[in-house]
Design a protein around this ligand. Sequence first.
Ligand SMILES: NC(=O)c1ccc[n+]([C@@H]2O[C@H](COP(=O)([O-])OP(=O)(O)OC[C@H]3O[C@@H](n4cnc5c(N)ncnc54)[C@H](OP(=O)(O)O)[C@@H]3O)[C@@H](O)[C@H]2O)c1
Length: 264
Amino acid sequence: MAVTVISGGTDGMGRALALARAARGDRVFAIGSNRAKGERLGGAVEFVHADLSTLAGNRAAIAAITAATPVVDALALFANRQAPRRTVTADGLETTFALYYLSRHLLSHGLTPLLSASARPVIVNVAGVGTTKGAIAWDDPQLTRGYGMVRAQLQAGRANDLLGVAYAAEHGERVPYVLYHPGFTRSGDASMLPPPLRLALRVAARLAARTVEASVAPVHDFIDDPPKAPLTAVDRGRPLPLTLRTLDPADAARLAELTAEIRA
Ligand SMILES: NC(=O)c1ccc[n+]([C@@H]2O[C@H](COP(=O)([O-])OP(=O)(O)OC[C@H]3O[C@@H](n4cnc5c(N)ncnc54)[C@H](OP(=O)(O)O)[C@@H]3O)[C@@H](O)[C@H]2O)c1
């Protein structure tokens, strides 16, 4: 029986993974901020209530999981939310940066001791690897100037690419890291978007998006048979070369340094 931790395990792709892993007999911890969604997961999944956009929320989730199990076999990272307007968290960080990137950094590193205790551990970071749009705003990572929802999403996506590179360089021999881009999928909370955009997305999803089950299928494979390589990057079914400019080791080291400053 594997122990699987899923951030954003209460909705969309993370929820589908949580329910499917529990049905296969895994012990599953699903982290989310919405209690009602957590309760709807049912008794086979252990709901961890936490706001992953805050440092305290991530620390509390890590502490709760560490108190509940000495080993984690798989960590799958899905939590994200669109923010049409710039907001800041209790820590004074731009929300998309905090939730979509920093939480994944904290959970990956914070659960490394438990993952290291597994015979075949893996971390799967579900974001947008392979996309070369967007960049880290090195002089203004909290996007105080020129904020845009898409810009914030792309910046955090590129930060997750670099998180994978930096993590794999440090721990990947013991805990392999997978960057996985699911492609356009029939999931995603659009309730905060303006109604015309929501409608357009719904129509586009019906025409072009993959089912949640199809998008999650490779994540099962990564958990069942973790790659041997310290870092693997896959866009839908396509393995990506680690020479992509978005996976630059110098940028990864620079972001790791910036992140350490933010954490301090
Ligand atoms: N859908 C697509 O077309 C697509 C395409 C490419 C990449 N992706 C990426 O795939 C990942 C999963 O997407 P999805 O479509 O499955 O998303 P989703 O259906 O919107 O689910 C997002 C999850 O994140 C959780 N979450 C949001 N804010 C949180 C917070 N403050 N604290 C804790 N949990 C929080 C939500 O739970 P609560 O509501 O309980 O907080 C939910 O479980 C995302 O990283 C997304 O960027 C998606």
